[in-house]
Design a protein around this ligand. Structure first.
Ligand SMILES: [Zn+2]
Ligand SMILES: [Zn+2]
Length: 172
């Protein structure tokens, strides 16, 4: 089942026509740095399709949820990416491969909107998200989560004999 493959034969033969598509279905896994979209995640696509000289123009937005970890405290973080796209599909008469062209392939008057959606999402997934803007992260010394309170390293008053050295370190 390819829920995102749309027949555009009607558009191709009737210039001036537009069609709106609301699609959703499972997509395969994607990973960018620490962020990933799980296998089978539900991808939604809202698109307007219209004929252009050499094919079909798809304009719209797509959404999928992702999972990652906070770059400071490593806690699990999840979110939703919603990104817009505007891409053209064309029948392949050019012998070059898809990667060298700036349009998507249109085969037998069908277009696969999942190709456009996934590429837009890959570019939009956060590489290194935060659990919250003011996340305090982990103590570099003992590794405890400073969001849950100061650790021993921070709260223990320094031995007076070390105070001079600490002051030097803070100046660095
Ligand atoms: Zn965090
Ligand atoms: Zn600590």
């Amino acid at each position: 089942v390819k829920p995102f493959v749309v027949d555009v034969a009607d558009l191709v033969h009737r210039p001036g026509l537009r069609r709106r598509e609301s699609l959703s279905g499972p997509t395969s896994a994607m990973t960018v740095a620490a962020t990933h979209v799980e296998e089978g995640s539900i991808l939604t696509i809202e698109a307007t399709l219209e004929p252009v000289s050499a094919g079909v123009l798809a304009t719209g937005s797509t959404e999928v949820s992702w999972k990652s970890e906070c770059r400071r405290c490593e806690i699990a973080v999840n979110g939703v990416t919603n990104v817009t796209f505007r891409e053209q599909f064309e029948p392949r008469t050019d012998p070059r491969v898809d990667d060298e062209l700036d349009t998507y392939p249109m085969n037998q008057e069908r277009v696969d909107l999942e190709l456009v959606a996934r590429e837009a999402i890959l570019l939009d997934l956060p590489l290194a998200p935060l659990c919250r803007e003011d996340c305090l992260g982990l103590c570099p010394t003992c590794g405890s989560d400073l969001n849950e309170g100061a650790c021993e390293c921070v709260s223990t008053p320094a031995d007076p004999r070390w105070a001079a050295l600490d002051a030097l370190r803070l100046d660095e």
